[in-house]
Design a protein around this ligand. Sequence first.
Ligand code: GLC
Ligand code: CA
Length: 555
Amino acid sequence: MKQWWKEAVVYQIYTKSYYDTNGDGIGDLQGIIRKLDYIQSLGATVIWLNPIYKSPDVDNGYDISDYQNIDERYGTLSDFKELLSEVHKRGMRLIMDMVLNHTSDEHAWFQESRKSKDNPYRDFYIWRPEKNGKEPNNWGNYFYEGRGSAWEYDETTREYYLHNYSRKMPDLNWDNIELKKAMCRMMRWWLDLGVDGFRMDAINRLVKPRGLPDSPNPPTPPVGIHGYVVDRTMCANRPGIHELLHELNEEVFSRYDIMVVGETGNVNAAIAMDYVQEEREEIDMVFHFEIAKNPVLVNAVQFKEIQRRWYHVIEQHGWITQYLSNHDTPRQVSWFGDDKEYRYESATMLAALMHTHPGTVYIYQGEEIGMTNVDFPSIEYYNEKYTVGKYQTMVESGVDPETALNSLKRTSRDNDRTPMQWNSREHAGFTSGTPWMHVNPNYPEINTESEEHAEKSVLRFYRTLIAMRKEHPIMVYGTYRQILEEEEHLIIYERAYQDEKWLIICNFYGRQEKLPEVAAAAIDTPEKKLLLSNYHNVEEETLIRPYETRIYRIR
Ligand code: GLC
Ligand code: CA
């Protein structure tokens, strides 16, 4: 079935690093408003905002202390309404990040909850007494914070509360009916304001395993975390999660014309099917971690195998996402491509790969100008919880600081969080003050202004691709069939829709390849037309140059 959100090209904005209008060094909502024409010129149809709610900001806004207010760093509710109306005026839509797994410990609910065991909000969170003089179980927190446990002892009532992430982010108890009602009311409040959907944070982790058993796995290195086990599977896809999502769908989602995309770690295509099949009425699509698989780099054969499995979800009446990076990953051109010699070629090949695969496409801010990883000289430059926590743990366990830092650099989530590079002026034109986080020093060469005029422009390539997607339904609704699944360097596939057929060739690596016979035969037709390529001209049809991509219409 056709849906606007299947056709969407979503542009993800990390507000804090996008554009600062009042000189405090922090991106803000007015900054997004000023850049809407730029986003529109790119062709994006939906904007996804990372959390902008009121927050103490220990995890860049994923620790929410008030769901119905905007953090003053970013602006006010009236700025938000202005943004929403400006987005709508331009024919675009806006979705919010929705964090339902945990709140900040500064949220009023938690403040109440910790007061006494019989407080009406006690049960909004997960409290347990000690077990044999220790934490209630062996779970470790995902941020390697403190000594590593996922439990924090609270003096007032002498019990522990669960926090899978930071101790300042207590997990919520979704068995509590009052909590569920409050969350539904809150989500409807945003939708009534006109918001067009949600990106649901860690959505498959809301329901915890019955009895909160120990993880059977051995303690997770680094050893500094004192024997706790960081096991992200413990709370993923537990019995009850589908019933809960179906309920949220009935109570909230189905009552509006919106899109809902869930962030789901520990999910493969088979598991995802149960979240996204239309007839199950849960959510529309999920972000899986099989390709943007920080810290593991997948190769071309694995990429193809993963895409084949996920295409099956579409064949079974579900829908999928296509993305290579977000605020939790390295920059895609640095991770999957070559950010030095072939920055333009690899950034554009990866773009073509995403936009010609079936699924809704997500672009992370800066990706459209080929922004790269950053190489900061010391840990003080880094900010995000995971890098800092893991670094400290490693150093405490005796790892040499330089080695620890080097092992984390390439995968740090901060690679994607450096300020957006607008121009070659000071701080990349991001702020007139001091940016909250250091700008990538390569901004004089890589920025939106230079991309406008560059001979080889990643930005213009994105614009062309997105415009093509609007013009050619085959890119969204066409069937998908790979050619030469086991070929190790080239990703070649056909899309077909009504009378039309396309053949797409992507060289996943920086070495020239010979086009295999079958593919050469497929383009050997008088009807063939080269629609787009990231090289000026095709000199020899059967030679595929480093990171080359070609999109052919063959029928
Ligand atoms: C998600 C977010 C990440 C955050 C975590 C906890 O994985 O994408 O940035 O740290 O949830 O909310
Ligand atoms: Ca600001």
